[in-house]
Design a protein around this ligand. Structure first.
Ligand code: 5RP
Length: 230
């Protein structure tokens, strides 16, 4: 059911793409549906160019015949379509469940608009039930972890940080060569304050709070599509 909803949101987003657009292309299972729907439109004659937000998306988009570029060649984009792990009423997001939030945030920030596609279960009253991904440099991991834990405590948040691992037990390494600490916070009442403080910790590369970047959302529920913003 959830997969059908993801596909419905993705197909609606693909219909919003117009000829000549420079696109940011997100990462994850919902974004993969978007890549498939966009590929169908490209094969039907639509001309776009896309910047993928991960190596996984690059592979998918290439297989669909979507023309790709880099942010260096095309530093300003018209629209990014991406999934999210959580989205609130103010279009604030948690992203990074797929470990791609560093590139996703750079691409979203380079886009005039960012539309999130998701099944309705991602829509929350308060961010934070989904663990917040914090991408960190491997050098000095322990020191960075202690600094983050102190910050979380100072903001009245649990300091429950877990290094993300792959099934064989090794640390997951992102496309950028970094590690991810997932912060199990329960709820984030002051996302802006948390984001600002995390940004000041040396060793933190990027966190999964996307604030002021998302301009619209397409949420698929059993009752139909809900569109917010644009
Ligand atoms: C990847 C992301 C994804 O967009 C997010 O995890 C949602 O994934 P899915 O569409 O598979 O539920 O942020 O870093």
């Amino acid at each position: 059911m959830s997969d059908q909803l993801k596909r419905a949101a993705a197909e609606r987003a693909a219909a919003l793409v117009s000829d000549g657009m420079r696109l940011g292309i997100g990462t994850g299972s919902t974004a993969a549906h978007f890549v498939a729907a966009l590929g169908a439109r490209v094969r039907g004659g639509l001309t776009v160019v896309g910047v993928p937000t991960s190596e996984a998306t690059r592979v998918l988009a290439t297989a669909e015949g979507i023309a790709l570029t880099t942010l260096d060649e095309t530093p300003e984009l018209d629209l990014t379509i991406d999934g999210a792990d959580e989205i609130d009423d103010s279009l604030r997001l948690i992203k990074g469940g797929g470990a791609a939030h560093l590139r996703e945030k750079i691409v979203a920030a380079a886009s005039a608009r960012m539309i999130v596609i998701a099944d309705g279960s991602k829509h929350v009253a308060t961010l934070g039930r989904f663990p917040l991904p914090i991408e960190v440099v491997p050098f000095g991991l322990k020191a960075t972890e202690i600094a983050i834990a102190k910050l979380l405590k100072s903001q009245g948040l649990p300091d429950d940080l877990r290094l993300r691992k792959i099934p064989n037990g090794a640390a997951l390494v992102t496309d950028g060569g970094h590690f991810i600490l997932d912060a199990h916070l329960g709820r984030i009442d002051r996302p802006e304050a948390l984001a600002d403080a995390l940004n000041r910790i040396p060793g933190v590369v990027e966190h999964g709070l996307f604030l002021g970047l998302c301009t619209g959302a397409i949420l698929a529920t059993a009752e139909g599509l809900v569109e917010i913003g644009q």
